[in-house]
Design a protein around this ligand. Structure first.
Ligand SMILES: Nc1ncnc2c1ncn2[C@@H]1O[C@H](COP(=O)(O)OP(=O)(O)O)[C@@H](O)[C@H]1O
Ligand SMILES: [Mg+2]
Length: 661
């Protein structure tokens, strides 16, 4: 029998382990592979669509590359030609290199009276000139391709960021910030690698390989066959390693994003780590996570090394085979020595691009996985989007808020709010109280449509918020929360976040109203003071007053205060409560406060428990009812409460009144 405590930590629904036959598993894996390949192809196509505006740029780069290869193709032939000239070889054994007559003509035209030695010099100086030209085109190829790559990436990263900004809160809650960041940085960098080099090299190398093979067949089909004898082995090896490297690199990227997510979280929460003296443990956890990443990286490295070894071996065997068989061909009078040299040198033109194609296979595999992950994010649609016929909320709304049979669950199968009905008049202050976890925050977050109701409707001035433009709705709603996020920058910039474009006078007026002007003006740089990342250089109360300043500047018709004073000492609480009271004037206010003293004077108090509205009324009405509110209230005043309190659990067993601390 598990003890009651043990029960708390055991799963109510044990995980069901299904036994599946090996065949079934294999089939499922095969299915999965097919689906993955399709998905990857689609992602790749969408990515290539980004390249279309830069096709001329990439075409120019490719042209440069082809020129470079053309030069590389001429050189071995000229070398063979020169060798046959000096050795006075009989050219008419086997086939004659079609370039020889052309070279004869060229030399005859350039220097009709030249001696053989002059001709050799001419030919070789010509080759040097061509090689110098190839330096220029190599530069142009690389430059143009990379400029194109940078432009594509520039657009892709901007689009991705814009898309991420459009996503709903649920996306940010389900994904760690670190992994989102790694999409925008390391995955994009991998994709960039793909276009910067892979895209143009891929074409050129393939073309060059095909061109060289055709040329070799023209020269001597027998020798050509011998030269490419290792090609099938090479293809098999590339395919074998390509798939495995792709998988392994996917795993590495995932590990990397996990690691950066965790680091980001722990760095942001350094205070907590230190407060609990968990530095050692965090370091250990990091080591463990890092170790798993390291293992994955090593297995990728191993695969890459094996891949390189096998393809080096294959491409290394080829030239020797050519020399061996070539020598016999010359011996048997089927080929000139010059032709043999042409073959030997041409192999470089053949196996070098092949070799690079192998390396590219890994780049493309890595990039393919990254591109897939990037487009995975593009495929996430925002949960909260404007309805097709959505109209903006009127500029000046009255601020009536109505809940009609509202139900909601973060997971639609687990309802959190159950069938709520409530009418809030314009300008009314309505307080929500109840035990922690009752659903108060959830409820107020539905008003600016951070989430959509699962059932029912929320109306603002009689308009269903699902049918108005989200931006106009959010412009009408202001929020001050328990923990307000400030950004790196000056005080002024942070206040302006509430309404960009506000004048300095308006900023100061808002700060005065929010009781923030005194502390701001006492700072060395006043409104221009840098507040550090997330406002770390400010106290909790100061941050809160900046948040209130922001809200004043925004001037919303509907105001939401969720535990806005909960995290404060009583000194700043008074200042802030005073600022909030001013802020509430003339606005429909939904306020959640733990300390009931702050909401006693609300027009309406709504008590909630377990996702339902339990009571609605004024402070005095609810006290008279002797229900949940009465007991919550009593609990904050009495040092202990009686055993017969039916709401004992709901009031959370609070012992001392909040303000006696
Ligand atoms: N983002 C979320 N995703 C899933 N469940 C949530 C989320 N936020 C809150 N909850 C759950 O919803 C319930 C109500 O929470 P909340 O509205 O924060 O309560 P309150 O503000 O009244 O303390 C709790 O059971 C909580 O675990
Ligand atoms: Mg809450």
């Amino acid at each position: 029998m598990p003890t009651p405590v043990e029960k708390l930590f055991t799963r109510k629904t044990p995980r069901i382990r299904q036994r599946t036959s090996a065949a079934e598993t294999r089939m499922r894996e095969a299915d999965e592979t097919v689906r993955n390949v399709q998905k990857e192809r689609q992602a790749m196509l969408r990515f290539l669509a980004y390249l279309t505006p830069y096709v001329p740029l990439f075409a120019a780069a490719t042209l440069c590359g082809i020129t470079n290869y053309a030069i590389g193709w001429v050189v071995p032939n000229v070398a063979g030609y020169v060798l046959d000239l000096v050795s006075h070889a009989n050219r008419h054994v086997g086939r004659v290199n079609p370039l020889y007559p052309a070279l004869d003509h060229l030399l005859a035209a350039l220097a009709p009276q030249a001696t053989l030695a002059d001709k050799i010099n001419f030919a070789l100086v010509g080759v040097i000139f061509l090689l110098a030209c190839s330096g220029g085109v190599i530069f142009l190829r690389s430059f143009l391709a990379n400029v194109g790559g940078q432009r594509v990436i520039f657009k892709l990263r901007n689009d991705l960021y814009e898309h991420i900004q459009s996503l709903s809160l649920s996306f940010f809650q389900q994904n760690r910030s670190g992994s989102i960041v790694s999409r925008l940085t390391s995955d994009i960098a991998l994709a960039q690698n793909f276009i910067g080099n892979a895209c143009t090299l891929l074409w050129m190398d393939s073309l060059s390989v095909i061109g060289v093979v055709i040329w070799l067949f023209v020269l001597s089909p027998r020798m050509a066959l011998i030269s490419i004898i290792v090609l099938p082995l090479w293809v098999i090896s590339v395919r074998f390693f390509g798939q495995r490297i792709r998988k392994a690199s996917h795993a590495v990227q995932e590990g990397l994003s996990e690691l950066s997510g965790s680091v980001q979280e722990k760095v942001a929460g350094a205070t907590v780590v230190q407060a609990f003296a968990r530095e050692k443990r965090e370091t250990r956890l990091f080591h463990r996570m890092h170790r798993s990443l390291y293992d994955r990286q090593i297995s990728t490295v191993r695969l890459q090394a094996l891949n390189m070894t096998s393809s080096n071996l294959l491409t290394g065997i080829a030239p020797i085979t050519v020399l061996l068989f070539g020598a016999h061909e010359v011996l048997n009078g089927r080929m000139t020595p010059g032709m043999m040299i042409t073959f030997y040198l041409s192999l470089g033109m053949f196996y070098m691009p092949l070799q690079r194609l192998t390396d590219l296979a890994a780049v493309i595999a890595n990039a393919g996985a990254a591109i897939e992950r990037i487009f995975d994010i593009f495929d996430i649609a925002p949960d909260i989007a404007d309805a097709p016929e959505a109209a903006p909320l009127p500029e000046r709304i009255e601020g009536r808020v109505t809940l009609r049979n509202v139900s909601f669950g973060y997971d639609p199968d687990v309802p959190i709010l159950k069938n709520l009905n409530l009418d809030i008049q314009p300008g009314e202050v309505v307080a929500f109280v109840g035990p922690s976890g009752a659903g108060k925050s959830t409820l107020v977050n539905l008003v600016p449509r951070f989430y959509d109701v699962t059932e029912g409707q929320i109306l603002v001035d009689g308009l269903d918020i699902a049918s108005v433009k989200v931006k106009s709705l959010r412009n009408a709603v202001g929020m001050v929360l328990q923990d307000n996020i400030l950004f790196t920058g000056t005080i002024k910039e942070n206040i302006l976040y509430g309404r960009p474009g506000a004048s300095d006078e308006e900023i100061v007026a808002a700060a005065v109203a929010a009781n923030a002007s005194h502390f701001i003006e006492a700072l060395p740089d006043g409104y221009e003071t840098e507040i550090g990342e997330r406002g770390t250089k400010l106290s909790g109360g100061q941050k809160q007053r900046l948040a209130i300043t922001r809200a004043f500047l925004r001037d919303p018709r509907i105001l939401i205060l969720d535990e806005a004073t909960s995290a404060l000492d009583s000194e700043s609480e008074k200042l802030i409560q005073n600022a909030l009271n001013k802020l509430m004037i003339g606005r429909t206010t939904l306020i959640i406060a733990h300390r009931l003293s702050t909401i006693m004077h609300a027009d309406k108090i709504v008590t909630m428990a377990d996702g339902k509205i339990v009571e609605v009324g004024s402070h005095n009405e609810l006290l008279a009812k002797h229900g949940l509110y009465y007991h919550l209230y009593k609990a904050q005043f009495e040092h202990a409460f009686s055993q017969d309190n039916p709401f004992r659990e709901m009031t959370g067993g609070e012992v001392a009144p909040a303000w006696s601390r």
